[in-house]
Design a protein around this ligand. Sequence first.
Ligand code: GUN
Length: 358
Amino acid sequence: MVQRSLREQRQVGRERGRIEQQRLELDLDQHQQRLELDQQPGLDPEHAEHSEHAEHSDHAEHPDALGQDLVGQDLIGRMSATILDGKALANQLVGQLRERVGELQTKGVEPCLAVVLVGDDPASQVYVRGKEKRAAEAGIATRDHRLPAETSTRDLLELVDRLNRDPAVHGILVQLPLPAGIDEQRILQAVDPRKDVDGFHPDNLGLLMLGRPRFVACTPQGCMRLIAAAGVDLTGKDALIVGRSNIVGKPMGQLLLQANATVTTAHSKTRDLEALVRRAEVVIAAIGRPEFIRGEWIRAGACVIDVGINRLASGKLVGDVEFEPAKARAGSITPVPGGVGPMTIACLLANVVDAASR
Ligand code: GUN
C-alpha cells in the first residue's frame, strides 16, 4: 500500500518536472492577465485565484472578461501539489529498520539508544516520548535518563561519559534545548562521535562538510529523503534554505550542495526574502515562525519542505509556510504535521541502527 503510493509519488514528481516549464510559462501568462484584470473594475483576481468555485461563479457573470484567465486558472489552479506524506515514508523506513534490527539480533547485537532529557520543557517531553515509542516499533531498546532542570554541566558530563563507555549503548541523544545553566556546546562535544546519532558533534559536522558523512543530523536527512521521494533531481536547482541553525539550516546546506543544488541560505538579516523565495525551485523553511513564508511567493512547481511546527493561539499546528496557497502553486509540499516531523524520528532510528552495525 505504502510502497505503491510512494512509487506513484515519484512518478508524479517526474511528470511534474516535464510540465514544470509549461507551468512557468502559464504562470507568467496568468500574471500578465491578472495585471490586466486588476485594471478592470468589479473583478477580484486574488479571490478568483484562491477560490475553488471561482471558475464557475465568476465565469457565469463575466464570461468574456475571465474566459482567458480561466484557461490558465484551469491548468494552474486545479493542479495542486503532491503532498509529501512523511508519515508513510517514515513507516516504510521504520519497517526496513525493523528488518535490519532483526538481523543484528541474530548476531547477538541489541541496538540501544540512550535518551537524555534535562528539565521539564513540555515540547521536549513530547518529542522524547515520540522517539522512544518509535524506537520500540523498530525493535530498538531505549534507556531513559531524566534529570532535573538544576542539573550542572559537570553532572551531565559525567552521565555522558558513562554512556560513552557503556558498550551496550550504541547511540546517545541529548534532547535540546538544554536548560539555560548548562553549557550545551560542551555537552555535545563530550558525546562520543561514534555514538552521536544526532550528528551534532563537531567531528560529524566536519565530516559532513568534507563530503564523508558519518552521522547526518536527522531533520536535514529527513528533508533529503522527502525530496528524493518527490522525484526531484536537485542537480543545478536553485535551493533556498530559510534558517541557519546548527541543527537544521547549516547541515541542510551541505547536503543540498553535495546533491549539486545551487544553495542560498536566508536568515533573519536577509533583505527581500520574498524575491529569494520567488526564484527558488526548492524551499526548505526552518525559521520557526508560523506561516512566515507566504503561499503566493512560492514558484510554480517548486518543492516545498516545511520544517516548522508552530502552535497558534487557537491550538492549531501550522508550519513556517502558508500551506493552502503554497499547495496551489507548488509541485510538491510537506504537510504540518505529518511531513518532516515523522521523518526526523525515523532518521534518528536509522542512525542508531547504523551505529549498532559498525
Ligand atoms: N531538539 C530539536 N530537534 C532536535 C533533534 O533533532 N535532536 C535533539 N537532540 N534535540 C532536538
